[in-house]
Design a protein around this ligand. Structure first.
Ligand code: CTP
Length: 404
């Protein structure tokens, strides 16, 4: 199993629940936030307690739930001030139509809305995860209130669309717990690539021999997908051109699925001139069968093995680096030995400013990796870590190298 992303380590989150059937997802959300390293203080409105009990939320968060501004347990009787001064963020999930209306109006008639109004706006961000029936979400009053809450500094996460508890289908579902946790982790990442367009290749390619066989390799695509996520978290608009892998698409990333090296090349080249950064993590097959058999190649009883002519595939990274208007190009070098030496050779041969070297057999399919960054200034090792942490480090390194 992969290690949980500790992207909220050291963060203290106030998780507010207003009334809605999506409260059942908030129980899982507390667990997710905890797994990501956060401490969580739950605050519930009276309506939320009709859907899920404070007992459940206390057991999962490990802290007594607060629900009243008159709570005598607070020594100074100022729960709204104490809560909002300690928190790194307030996440209201679910945020009902009524709660969003209160936020839009600045009302403060119970603890949760009171502490939202009382929070220092510049230090304690407010995130709202709407959850309601699709007609309620689309109602002009709700849309007006959401726009007002955003204008006043709130961030809206979702909503998602799909089956609703009422039996209808449409926009208004609260995001799933894992999605909300990922959104919160992304929210806290520094926006080092804000406004930049980043294009990434990932995974293996598959070069067909006949309709059922082909040449491929052991690349899992995990590093490329982690870089796509890290770049998106850093504020970039990310396009991921993926070979045949079954990994989930990182949130807000545009994904283009391809199979062969030629298809990857044809997807990348037209996009490349409009990008600021191109990261080639894909393990592109160097050769493909020169011709594709129309039908499955059968044994003919003679024990003669078939032989194949191979043609060379286009080098996608080198082709992008040759463009007259080119993005900042980052290549990967998957080697079995002498990583830094081969990486430098590729830096020069492909004429790119940065190559990231790694040991292919030690990393393909695994969740962690060790990288060596090779550029004109020298070699620098990035010690072993999980691929998402490495991806975030790499995003910082790339951002530092971009022309201002
Ligand atoms: N690459 C590419 N297109 C290819 C081959 C490689 O875009 N047809 C990119 C990879 O995505 C990687 C870098 O070039 O960023 C180096 O890939 P690698 O397979 O390590 O090197 P090759 O150029 O194929 O050289 P060799 O196989 O000799 O190591």
């Amino acid at each position: 199993m992969s290690k949980p992303d500790e992207g909220l380590a050291g963060r203290h989150i106030v998780l507010g629940l207003s009334g809605g059937i999506a409260c059942y997802k908030s129980a899982e959300l507390v667990r997710e936030l905890g797994r990501a390293g956060a401490t969580v203080q739950v605050v519930m409105t009276e309506a939320a307690q009709a859907f899920i009990t404070p007992v459940t939320m206390q057991a999962l968060s490990g802290r007594p739930v607060l629900s009243s501004q008159w709570d005598a347990r607070e020594p100074n009787s100022m729960a709204h001030i104490n809560l909002s001064r300690e928190a790194d963020a307030i996440l209201v999930a679910p945020a009902s139509a009524d709660f969003i209306a209160k936020i839009a109006q600045g009302r403060a008639d119970e603890l949760l809305s009171l502490l939202c109004v009382a929070r220092p706006i510049d230090k304690c961000p407010l995130l709202l995860a709407p959850a309601m029936n699709r007609e309620m979400w689309l109602h002009p009053a709700t849309q007006r209130n959401v726009a007002q809450a955003v204008a006043d500094g709130a961030t809206v996460l979702g909503p998602g669309e799909g089956d609703q508890a009422c039996g209808e289908i449409g926009d208004g579902r609260m995001l799933e717990a894992t999605e909300l946790c990922d959104e919160l982790i992304a929210f806290f990442q520094p926006k080092l690539l804000a406004g930049q367009r980043v294009l990434i290749t990932a995974g293996p390619t598959f070069e067909a021999i006949d309709p059922v066989r082909g040449i491929t390799n052991l690349s899992s695509g995990k590093m490329g997908f982690a870089i796509a996520r890290a770049a998106q978290e850093a504020g970039a608009e990310v396009t991921l051109v993926a070979g045949p892998v079954h990994l989930p698409t990182p949130r807000h990333v545009r994904r283009i699925d391809v199979r062969s090296a030629q298809q990857m090349h044809d997807a990348v080249l037209p996009l490349a001139p409009s990008q600021q950064v191109f990261v080639a993590t894909a393990a592109v097959a160097d050769w493909r069968p020169a011709s594709l058999a129309e039908h499955k190649i059968k044994k003919d009883g003679t024990h003669r093995v078939p032989s194949f002519e191979l043609s060379e595939n286009p080098d996608i990274l080198a082709a992008v680096a040759r463009l007259p208007v080119r993005p900042y190009c980052v290549g990967f070098a998957a080697e079995s030995q002498d990583v830094a030496h081969h990486a430098r050779e590729k830096l020069l041969r492909k004429n790119v400013p940065l190559i990231v070297g790694n040991l292919g057999p030690a990393t393909f399919g695994r969740d962690d990796n060790t990288l060596v960054l090779v550029d004109a200034a020298g070699d620098r090792e990035i010690p072993t870590a999980d691929k998402l942490s490495l991806a975030r480090t790499l995003v910082r390194e790339i951002a530092d190298r971009l022309p201002t």
